[in-house]
Design a protein around this ligand. Structure first.
Ligand code: AMP
Length: 287
């Protein structure tokens, strides 16, 4: 596996692949790799000639009071995992070449960036959109792979790709979970043992809410109440940031079900912020 740290060298390498007619699949990550990341990599490998994975803890997507300085890092372990997945190239730039002194161009995907997680993480999606567009320009992928776990991220990036005529196919991959249903996340290592066990309630809540869809004739507000009530039974949840039923395109809260509905949750467990989501189809076939 080739390891590239300089953006210009990555760009030249990708240019050569493109000139030779090779398709590049790209998996952007912040490292501390787990099976969720590896599922994206395997999908990319199955669909492209070359797979490039980036590891870059992007400072501009973290708020001032967030966990940038202690974000989990394990470069040696990550390199071993990438080698055993037979990844072609790891692109792992330092912060300075990505954001040199005087860097002044930011991408703002309006409206979508301010909803759901954006309410609690102002500026986060500007940081994400900016770094992803930079990475796309450097890596020149034909396809890019993202996880459904960070659903809002996929919606924001898809809109950016469409609005800015970027020639990249976006592929969203299913959420990979632990045995008890907790969505895998690099941040799960922050959880104490008690919190880790308690965190299973998030997925259980999504499942229970989706079961409720099959009984009676609930409204989205009934699902929302059910989700919040269930989350509140877990004392280790210190804050419910949002829980409810949303439009998967606009990310607005729904008053009436559509055919496909996004059930989404964000909570804090102590200091750790956890998110999860699920698509649930309405049973009413008229929708
Ligand atoms: P991160 O390193 O957390 O920025 O994540 C890099 C990519 O991996 C993003 O597209 C995430 O949505 C995706 N990802 C993270 N966790 C999971 C998971 N449990 N299942 C599938 N994809 C994931």
């Amino acid at each position: 596996m080739e390891i590239i740290r300089i953006p210009k060298i990555m760009q030249e390498t990708s240019k050569t692949h493109c000139l030779r007619g090779k398709s590049i699949g790209f998996v952007p990550t912040m490292g501390a790799l787990h099976e969720g990341h590896l599922s994206l990599i395997r999908r990319s490998k199955s669909e492209n000639d070359i797979t490039v994975v980036s590891i870059f803890v992007n400072p501009i997507q973290f708020g001032h009071n967030e966990d940038l300085s202690n974000y989990p890092r394990d470069m040696e372990g990550d390199i071993e995992k990438l080698k055993s997945e037979d990844v072609d190239t790891l692109f792992s730039p330092d912060v300075m070449p990505m954001y040199p002194h005087g860097f002044s161009t930011y991408i703002n995907v309006r409206d979508l960036s301010d909803k759901l997680c954006g309410v609690f993480r102002p500026g986060h999606f500007d940081g994400v959109a900016t770094v992803v567009s930079k990475l796309f320009n450097v890596v020149k992928p034909r396809r890019a792979y993202f996880g459904q776990k960070d659903f809002q991220q996929t919606v924001v990036i898809k809109k950016m790709v469409e609005d800015l005529n970027m020639d990249v196919e976006m592929v969203t991959c299913p959420t990979v979970r632990e045995g008890d249903g907790l969505a895998m996340s690099s941040r799960n290592v922050y959880l104490s043992q008690d919190e880790r066990e308690a965190a299973a309630v998030i997925y259980k809540t999504l499942i229970s809410a989706s079961e409720l869809m099959k009984t009676g004739n609930p409204k989205p507000e009934d699902i929302k109440r059910h989700m919040r009530d269930m989350l509140k039974t877990e004392p280790l949840i210190s804050e419910i940031q949002y829980a409810g039923v949303y439009d998967s395109e606009t990310l607005d809260e729904l008053n009436e079900f559509k055919k496909q509905n996004l059930f989404a949750i964000a909570v804090k467990m102590g200091k750790t912020r956890l998110i999860d989501n699920m698509f649930v189809e309405a049973l009413n076939t008229k929708l």
